[in-house]
Design a protein around this ligand. Sequence first.
Ligand code: ZN
Length: 472
Amino acid sequence: MTTLEFLGAAGTVTGSRFLVRTQEATVLVDAGLFQGAKRDRLANWEPFPIDPALIDAIIITHAHIDHSGWLPGLVRDGFRGAIFATPTTRKLCGVLLPDAAHLQEEQARFTNERGFGKHHPALPLYTTEDAANTMPLFRSVDFETPTEVAPGVVIRLTPAGHILGSSSVHLKITENERSTTLLVSGDLGRGNHPLIPGPSVPPSAETVLVESTYGDTRHPAAEQDVAELAQLIRKTAGRGGVVLIPAFAVDRTEVLLTVLRDLMASARIPRLPVYVDSPMALRVLQIYRSAAAEGDPLVCRPAIADRLASADSAIDQFDPGGGLHECMSVEESKSLGELTAPAIIISASGMASGGRVLHHLARLLPNPRNSVILCGFQAAGTRGRALVDGASSIKMLGRYVQVRSDVMMLNSLSVHADCDELCEWVESLETRPRTVFVVHGEQDASAALALRLRELEYNAVTPRQFERVRLP
Ligand SMILES: [Zn+2]
């Protein structure tokens, strides 16, 4: 009997973990961390539902922490199998996982110093040592290359167009000479990403898991959204203010730099200095630069590689107006507090849940000259969501900060497909699946997408957390 268990990302957007079991093999697709609201984060402390030593292989769709961030925990608790992912996902995990571990250690240290925590001493979820022990278990799998990951389980990764290296996973699972197929969408992109190609049509499967981050939302047209972005940057520069963009270190920073570069090149915004203040974002930027230079059309849009190789490649693809400043050190970050002329700061984290961006927000939010631009999904319970929802003050670094700056939400640069695009992805499959499980969305979003798919006569359901089903 082949079974599928929803160990996360069911009724919530984070903690992607899907377990496939046969008599001969136990395979986990994604090993994500729960993020966002406290109720979700507490789920990270629950014991993993099965002994990690019993898992033969893990497949990671993409490097985002809500898909890969529990790997060090599983390795610490006894997982010794192989972790399969595309080469770029592997490289990105090499930056993200140690950083996630470092963040956990910092938080535990902070809690212990202040004596806030309920637990004494507060412990990190996992350590940088656990993250370091995870990386040697990775095995690279190229796109469109069938690979056996465990007895009777053959995977094929297809481009998902979400972030660099992101994939959908098709699994052919054979048990007692009978086979079933399962397709996990991973996070799906939109096809309009300036740097990476859109999602490919993956092979059909009897059972399909589709993400639903924006299962109830239609993104605005990019043109109009970028025009509003340009207008706000002009307005802010005109009144001598600073534009702060909290951005996810992976992908958002690269896309924003490309958009700003194009806006400056076409004189739609003035040439302002752009500061990227996130060591992790800067390390990720190097991985994007080298992927673009390698020129694999499944990984990076050929136009980007061409531009890099062309005569004017002295101008960095990711350097808007020649004014890019990479702030690696804490001193460089602190010096941004002295900025007196208009500038753009891009800093992590994207939902303002932590990181250097908090110091910039605390300084810039109270002044109406400045602007804060949020882009990408803002989970319920985060400061980013509170800002989008129009909060008049936000708690950070232990105090309440008044919000008097302009706040804008930039939706069109989303790396996630919207509800129409998610339906199109399901409909693009050559054969109709028997069942579509709608996962990786807040409850309303998942329910809305499932309803739309049922209207299109799919057998679409929203699984519950820890639900277990038999595969056909
Ligand atoms: Zn993602």
